[in-house]
Design a binder for this molecule. Structure first.
Ligand SMILES: C[S@@+](CC[C@H](N)C(=O)[O-])C[C@H]1O[C@@H](n2cnc3c(N)ncnc32)[C@H](O)[C@@H]1O
Length: 209
């Protein structure tokens, strides 16, 4: 089968990528683990004991990082539309976060336990049509924020993947309503060409609207 130019380029980059090699050597399921590790190194986001939710968790790189950092002191709830190989001490739900039933299932699993950190690395399938891709990304980010506002304890943190452009400014502004500090992070492990960027919102305070 003949490969497209873009998939050839992706494969070339993938195999030459130092983070792909590092992940294989260090036992992480994917290179994405290094994005969280970089953010962790800079901001000390995860510390035991904590309860953490990992949205868009598959194949499990971020959950692996969190599990290692917590050393069983705290709980990890993970969710993805795709299946994920089990990780010790990670409570995984498979389902589409956009579906109310799945959202409710995760909320029920968390129950009354207060969450210290909500992570969202969710990314929709990209069509290449920028306007529609941007809209999907920000819709998922909106849902993740809505969830974070329901489960986070005061002082909690929310780390979310978004894209530069589109509704970035409006979303950033929305975060400022409930979080005291917002940091914009572009980890080295996030490929230069990619428009993805992470927002780290810290010190959650519930503002009744
Ligand atoms: C970049 S990957 C996450 C990688 C992950 N952080 C890791 O370290 O292994 C993005 C994930 O978001 C998931 N995703 C996208 N849309 C979703 C949705 N509506 N509900 C749940 N997961 C979703 C995808 O299935 C994909 O596994």
């Amino acid at each position: 089968m003949k490969r497209s130019v873009s998939s050839e380029r992706w494969l070339k980059e993938h195999f030459a990528d130092p983070y792909v090699k590092k992940a294989q050597q260090e036992g992480y399921r994917c290179r994405a683990a290094y994005k969280l590790l970089e953010i962790q190194k800079k901001y000390r986001l995860i510390k035991p004991p904590m309860n953490v939710v990992d949205l868009g968790a598959a194949p499990g790189g971020w959950s692996q990082v969190v599990a290692k950092l917590l050393q069983h002191h705290g709980k990890i709830f993970a969710l993805d539309i795709l299946p994920m190989e089990p990780i010790s001490h990670v409570d995984f739900i498979q389902g589409d976060f956009q579906e109310e039933a799945v959202y409710d299932q995760l909320s029920a699993r968390v129950g009354a336990q207060k969450i210290d950190v909500v992570l969202s690395d969710m990314a929709p399938n990209m069509s290449g049509i920028i306007v529609s891709d941007q809209a999907k990304v920000f819709y998922l980010a909106e849902l993740a924020l809505d969830f974070a506002q329901k489960v986070l304890k005061p002082g909690g943190a929310f780390l979310v993947k978004v894209f530069q452009g589109g509704e970035f400014e409006a979303y950033h502004k929305q975060l400022r309503v409930n979080f005291k500090f917002i940091k914009v992070c572009k980890p080295d492990a996030s490929r230069d060409r990619s428009k993805e960027i992470y927002l780290l919102a810290e010190n959650y305070q519930r503002v009744e609207g």
